[in-house]
Ligand binder design. Structure first.
Ligand code: NAD
Length: 507
């Protein structure tokens, strides 16, 4: 495309973004210095105004005030707000998904899947509102009852990453709201429009069911806006999703003020392919996990640890599959791999591929740029790199579609390789040998450990998160809700005596 054609295309995308915002009920924002861009063409969709420190302060203040009454609304009644949000998401699934495609570059099927995940987690939260169980324990004292009760925590500050611009918000917000918390959300500065759209839908849901719309606040901007949330003692929980670098800054600051932190940070996910694997199934699982979302998922497959007996055959089959991947405009049918988010991501990918070769690796396929829509859009062919060993490079998370291939001889060695990285998010094994599968589940040190599926594509019913530098947080399903509430242990004496614990006699 010529420069002019690209500009014209960017203008069309901008018009489309405005139309989508309008149909989602959001007012087109006042122009400012925060540019919402699209990785599809690299052009600007809309210029927005970033929140000032005074805006952030006021938003936290409103959320703190709203908390005082929201905490007293019974949890099943709070769920009415989340139910209405789910209905609005169903009604607007296509528009919101298209906005995700415009801002984050996801292909249609994945963007729709991301909005579906929002609907799923809302349904989970609605059910959860009647299941915020505390346990009772036998008291050692006669006429006493010992139990736990769970109470709303306060204001939850949600900081999210560009690559799941709406799902991560919903994991936090749907659960936090039924738990009785109010939310201040700072979306990624790369995806402010989807942030605006979700905020608008939630406020509309609140008005529709007669809930206080102030339970949700939106602040926009870069790391400085996030830091304002992190440092504010009125924010009881900081739930931060993003890079390890970001988590390393956020965690000590929240700890220093004795706040609570929920960290969902980077991954460096591996899959082991054992000799007994169903290779056909493994190839399908590997290609989606490594090349899907252009390698820009926290759970993207980055390391493939293959039994030596199988590696040549598998690399050949993967190369054939990679050659067939359609890289292109994610708005077009049939495209499987959309753009990288920006030039920085492209430069990081090229630097990693260069280093891989310097370290004796062989780029088996991919890695090159595909110039499709002007100079400011960064499309690449997903790369396979055979590596002689698990070097420092392989231990890093490069947020781009590079799959490093390593070999192993026995399973203990493969599991050791899986674990020998700083991050601990997701892991998989492809095997038809149950002993191997169980050994892997017990041996992997990751928060997610799969058998015969890839590392990405988690369901909301399970707790999502990882260990080590991934931050240790858990969001979404299972008992992750406990991170959004505070626990109180209650001892109730319904006797006429005052026996002390441990049989102590006092006076
Ligand atoms: P990023 O760390 O650059 O930014 C994430 C968010 O943190 C943004 O909203 C950003 O403005 C904010 N931020 C950055 N520095 C901050 C600071 N000092 N204080 C407060 N806020 C700050 O990450 P990104 O490039 O948007 O996303 C990609 C990264 O996120 C990858 O590492 C990926 O693995 C990770 N990620 C993890 C999960 C998970 O659940 N584990 C999910 C999605 C993405």
């Amino acid at each position: 495309m010529t420069h002019t054609v690209t500009e014209h295309f960017s203008e069309q995308l901008s018009l489309r973004a405005r139309a989508l915002l309008r149909s989602l009920g959001a007012a087109v924002p006042e122009p400012g210095t925060l540019a919402a861009r699209t990785p599809i063409s690299g052009g600007v969709l809309l210029p927005l105004t970033a929140s000032t420190p005074a805006d952030v302060d006021a938003a936290i203040g409103r959320a703190a005030t709203a908390f005082r009454s929201w905490r007293t609304v019974p949890a099943p009644v709070r769920a009415a707000l989340v139910r209405r949000l789910a209905q609005l998401l169903v009604a607007h699934q296509d528009e919101l998904a298209e906005l995700v495609t415009l801002e984050a570059g996801k292909i249609g099927a994945e963007a729709l899947g991301e909005v579906q995940e929002m609907i799923d987690v809302c349904e989970f939260a609605i059910g959860l509102s009647r299941q915020l169980y505390g346990v009772t324990m036998p008291s050692e004292r006669p006429g006493h009852r010992l139990m736990e009760t769970w109470h709303p925590l306060g204001v939850a500050g949600v900081i999210s990453a560009f690559n799941f611009p709406v799902a991560v918000w919903s994991w936090n917000t749907a659960i936090a709201l039924v738990c009785g918390d109010t939310v201040v959300w700072k979306p990624s500065e790369t995806t402010p429009l989807t942030g605006l759209a979700c905020h608008t839908l939630l406020r509309r849901a609140a008005l529709d069911v007669g809930a206080d719309p102030e339970v949700h606040q939106l602040v926009q901007g870069d790391a400085a806006v996030g830091e304002a949330l992190v440092g504010d003692t009125r924010v009881a929980l900081v739930s931060a999703t993003g890079s390890v670098r970001m988590g390393a800054t956020v965690a000590p600051r929240v700890a220093a003020r004795f706040g609570r932190c929920l960290l969902e940070l980077g991954g460096n996910n591996a899959a082991i392919v054992a000799p007994s694997a169903d290779v056909e199934l493994a190839v399908r699982g590997i290609v989606f996990a490594a090349a899907g979302t252009a390698g820009q998922r926290c759970t993207s497959l980055r390391r493939l640890i293959v039994h030596r007996s199988l590696v040549d055959e598998l690399v050949e089959r993967l190369t054939t599959a990679y050659d067939q991947l359609h890289v292109g405009n994610p708005l077009d049918d049939g495209v499987l791999v959309g753009p990288l988010i920006n030039e920085r991501a492209y430069i990081a990918m090229q630097a990693a591929l260069l280093r891989a070769q310097e370290e004796g690796g062989e780029i088996v396929c991919g890695g090159s740029r595909v110039e499709l829509i002007g100079e400011q859009a960064f499309y690449v062919r997903p790369a396979l790199a055979r590596m002689p060993r698990q070097s420092d490079l392989v231990c890093e998370e490069t947020f781009a579609p590079i799959l490093y291939i390593l070999t192993y001889d026995d399973l203990d060695e493969a599991i050791a390789l899986n674990n020998a990285v700083p991050q601990g998010l997701s892991s998989s094994i492809f095997t038809l040998d149950q002993r191997e599968a169980e050994q892997f589940i017990a041996g992997s040190d990751c928060g997610i450990t799969n058998v015969n599926i890839g590392t990405s594509g988690a369901e909301i019913g399970g707790a999502f998160g990882g260990e080590k530098h991934t931050g240790g947080g858990r969001e979404s399903g299972s008992d992750s809700w406990k991170a959004y509430m505070r626990r109180a242990t209650n001892t109730v004496n319904y006797s006429t005596e005052l026996p002390l614990a441990q049989g102590i006699h006092f006076g």
